[in-house]
Ligand binder design. Sequence first.
Ligand code: ADP
Ligand code: MG
Length: 250
Amino acid sequence: MRTLTTATPIVEVTGVTKSFPGAAGSDLTVLDDINFTLREGEVVALLGKSGSGKSTLLRTIAGLIAPTTGQVSYRGTRINGANPGVAMVFQSFALMPWLTVQDNVELGLRAQGVPPAERRQRALEAIDLIGLDGFESAYPKELSGGMRQRVGFARALVLRPDALLMDEPFSALDVLTSENLRGELMDLWERPDFPTKAICVVTHNIEEAVLLADRVLVLSSNPGRIKGEVPIHLPRPRDRRSPTFEATVE
Ligand code: ADP
Ligand code: MG
């Protein structure tokens, strides 16, 4: 079973609080005392309303922003700056419009100093994996929303991240496109050779949370706190594209 609490922790979030400076010198507390562990083999959904701090929490885990108090650890080591074990997929894709698909996908490898030939090879593999072959030379503006988000996935997966963080990855897509992409991602996740060991997905969509996750953490708003956790028991491997199964929720 993948969700045993004895499974090795990948990311640990301990006592994380985040405040932003507000008007008239008063601080806006967005996250309040967040504690949770992302373990090997699990998909965790963070479910909350708009404004509850989901993106702030995911960005904190990625090390893109620093918590006000508390800490984030990656495999037992407190991060200070970018989390070396994660890659992120963004709601708005966050592609570089002046770069081709190939160059967008290679960007992270370039930053890591991976040599050109290996960069190219790995990018082509990721592009192929996510169904973008033939679009290597296209620019983002020439692609549909679904294809753009495939580039977003390829750009993350090319890094072979230990943990994949996804911030509402399907919410900018129409229903059919998001169902397809979600299903393909879960097919990859079920593959034994898929290098990523855990997924954390942020969503405001309860159906998406239940379809994707092994457990759902529910975030309250103002400030964002983890109100509760719902384990999802579904048979594996599952056809997560079809919502017609019986979900049992404890
Ligand atoms: P969600 O992703 O759940 O919709 P966010 O994490 O984007 O929520 O935002 C939570 C709250 O934090 C919102 O009230 C937002 O306005 C505020 N916020 C987010 N980022 C900043 C920032 N850089 N500066 C000030 N306030 C911010
Ligand atoms: Mg958000």
